[in-house]
Design a protein around this ligand. Structure first.
Ligand code: SF4
Ligand code: SF4
Length: 351
């Protein structure tokens, strides 16, 4: 009964060490990181899970591993890990701050069968350097140039705040000039060190305006302009929401993927900081079915208020990490409440 492949991904944090110390980083404290053998064991466990699904349910699974950090290039064994992962049949991508990618590193990444490299860019020079440190902008752009010269697909990733929300046009032009494959935007999650930037997070109105503008750039840009934010495409799909009580799009946490952190902890999404297991102990396949947190993320009934009754629930569910971050800021721990930045709340009830 094969049909559309199930695109399953694991965001795999290889380290929490980093050569930068960004003000909006979602990490808060360092953890002991897994060694090479443990990482290979974790990759093998993911492979076993995916193969089990394909065999038992007669489905095609298209699995990918997105390696990141901290800064993944600080790990001496990075290329051995990438090699092991692609040898296991995974599509492999790398998420980096770009500042450590010189000509040699870019060539090595090219040889490592990495499908694409996502480089963080958080605004034009002044905005980026104010968050990531002086000189970080220029070094990130050099990293992208080296990747492009080595024939590696490089994409830019922007964390959107009030500081950079009006720079979209300029950033799209930067992506075009660099020869990047595309540029993607996602909202700031005010957790970890990013808690200090709560007042830079977008309001509902700003979020709505930002994604309206992004839509115009998407239509006119010479590079791919996009976002994995569930709210980014709601404006495109009005009236065409699949009638189902199953999540079929939107927030990927626990639905299309999970995160493994540097010490082996499994979370629905790295930005949620909600441990549900340990890849070194127990079966990922069992956890995928048995975790109460994952079950709640997939069930409309567990959600509260606007998201629960919303027409767009199957294709959206908001950003669970942002919902949790705001709840924690108010002293709670609710990851199933409304997305506090959703401009569509109250206009999309089923009732
Ligand atoms: S109310 Fe929730 S599900 Fe509906 S559009 Fe907003 S964030 Fe998405
Ligand atoms: S919780 Fe937010 S950041 Fe994580 S997958 Fe969902 S939408 Fe993306």
């Amino acid at each position: 009964m094969k049909g559309t492949p199930f695109d399953f991904f694991v965001q795999f944090h290889l380290t929490e060490r980093c050569n930068l110390s960004c003000r909006h980083c979602y990490q808060s404290a360092a953890v002991p990181e897994m060694g090479f053998e443990e990482i290979c064991g974790a990759i093998t466990e993911v492979k076993k899970t995916v193969q089990g699904w394909a065999m038992d349910h007669d489905i095609d699974v298209s699995p990918s591993l997105h390696f990141t950090g901290g800064e993944p290039l600080v790990r001496q064994d990075l290329f051995a890990v990438l090699d092991y992962a692609s040898g296991c049949g995974f599509a492999v991508s790398l998420m980096t701050n770009g500042t450590l990618i010189d000509e040699t590193a870019a060539r090595e990444i090219g040889h490592a069968r990495v499908a694409d490299v996502q480089v963080s860019l958080d605004g034009t020079k002044e905005a980026h350097d104010s968050l990531r440190g002086r000189g970080a902008y220029g070094r990130a752009l050099d990293g992208v140039r080296h990747l492009v010269a080595a024939g590696v697909e490089a994409n830019l990733n922007v964390t959107v705040t009030r500081r950079n929300m009006s720079q979209t046009g300029e950033l799209v032009r930067v992506a075009e000039e660099l020869g990047a494959g595309g540029i993607a935007f996602s909202r700031l999650v005010p957790s970890g060190r990013g808690k200090g930037l709560m007042d830079e997070a977008l309001t509902r109105e700003e979020t709505g305006r930002f994604y309206d503008e992004l839509r115009r750039h998407r239509e006119n840009g010479k590079v791919a302009v996009g976002s994995r934010d569930p709210l980014a495409t709601i404006g495109d799909i009005a009236g065409e929401v699949p009638q189902t009580e199953l999540p079929v799009g939107g927030c990927a946490a626990g639905v299309f993927g999970v995160t493994i952190t540097a010490d082996g902890t499994i979370m629905p999404c790295r930005r949620m900081d909600l441990p549900i297991g340990d890849i070194r102990n127990g079966s990922l396949r069992e956890l995928w079915v048995e975790s109460p947190v994952l079950a709640a993320l997939r069930s409309r009934e567990s959600y509260h208020q606007d998201c629960q009754s919303c027409t767009y629930w199957p294709v959206c569910r908001g950003c669970r990490a942002i919902a949790l971050a705001y709840s924690r800021a108010a002293g709670g721990s609710d990851y199933l409440g409304p997305d506090p930045q959703c401009p569509y709340q109250g206009v999309s009830d089923l009732s």
